[in-house]
Design a protein around this ligand. Structure first.
Ligand code: ZN
Ligand code: ZN
Length: 146
């Protein structure tokens, strides 16, 4: 997602919610849009603090991430009971998440895209994005005997 495109998308979404495109929301959007990794909200807060942006409250970050998710700009999933991880929707890929160590394995398979498109079409649904998260145990954790 390009920043201009994301700004347009987000401001459009905020308008439908009758919310303002505040500088905090803009800063958060700019802070995440170039990221290609998976991050927690705490990591994002730390990133802002390190970069001298410490006037954004924790609650604002949490709420903005939720709005960005609703606007289809970020995607989130649970690593385990404690951690929720975010990422900017840039390329279509899915995840395998190890519930023991929290490892994230990304994968992509054209066949999945094809099937999902077919299913959506059948239901008359216009699909924009999807997110498949497979929860389980990674190879290393399987080999570790408890
Ligand atoms: Zn593991
Ligand atoms: Zn990912």
């Amino acid at each position: 997602v390009e920043i201009n495109q994301a700004v347009k998308l987000f401001s459009k979404y905020l308008k439908t919610k009758k919310l303002k495109f505040t500088w905090e929301r803009k800063t958060i959007l700019e802070g995440i849009i170039k990221r290609r990794d998976h991050f927690t909200s705490d990591e994002l807060i730390l990133h802002f603090e390190r970069n001298g942006v410490d006037r954004i409250s924790r609650a604002t970050v949490y709420r903005s991430l939720k709005l960005l998710e609703e606007a289809g700009i970020v995607n989130s999933f649970h690593l385990n009971d404690v951690f929720k991880v975010f990422e900017v929707i840039s390329s279509e890929h899915d995840h395998m998440i190890c519930y023991k160590c929290g490892k994230i394995i990304e994968f992509f398979d054209h066949r999945i895209e094809k099937i999902l498109n077919e299913i959506s079409k059948k239901k008359g649904f216009k699909a924009i994005s999807h997110s498949i998260n497979i929860s389980g145990l990674c190879e290393e954790c399987q080999n570790k005997k408890a």
